[in-house]
Design a protein around this ligand. Structure first.
Ligand SMILES: [Zn+2]
Ligand SMILES: [Zn+2]
Length: 141
């Protein structure tokens, strides 16, 4: 897909991903869960070249969380993105983008070892722990 539009709850911030498929992943890390009241479902558009802040960039507050910035709408509080400047890497709240989540391919869960026990997503997919090692991989008998 090209020029995929996303927006926050209040609409003050609009973001366009220039080019993307339908890959969605979940992050269960402590700070994502604390910020979002649960696992955050994300898309991975990559570098800033693939992202356009089409409206309300002045409404975005960036909170520095160790080596990444967590961006949110200062009007409505919607989690917008996670940006790592050292890699010029954006990941964004998948739920901003109706056209992606309509037919999402949910293929990966991160920080699965710190996920609390009281919830889990249905279905099977690749799971990585806090050190990005694959867990729950089937081993040959
Ligand atoms: Zn907003
Ligand atoms: Zn996280």
């Amino acid at each position: 897909m090209e020029n995929i539009h996303g927006k926050c709850v209040c609409g003050a911030v609009e973001i366009i991903i220039k080019e993307y498929g339908n890959f969605v992943y979940a992050c269960h890390c402590d700070n994502c869960r604390r910020q979002n009241s649960g696992a955050v479902l994300s898309v991975d558009p990559g570098s800033a070249k693939n992202v356009v802040f089409a409206r309300g960039e002045d409404k975005i507050t960036r909170y520095q969380d160790e080596e990444v910035y967590r961006g949110f709408c200062s009007v409505c509080g919607t989690n917008l993105f996670w940006h790592k400047p050292s890699d010029d890497h954006y990941c964004m709240n998948a739920e901003l983008f109706d056209d992606i989540i309509r037919n999402a391919s949910f293929e990966l869960e991160l920080f699965y070892d710190v996920k609390p026990d009281y919830y889990s997503f249905a279905g099977e997919r690749k799971k990585l722990d806090s050190q990005f090692r694959e867990i729950g991989a089937k081993t040959e008998p």
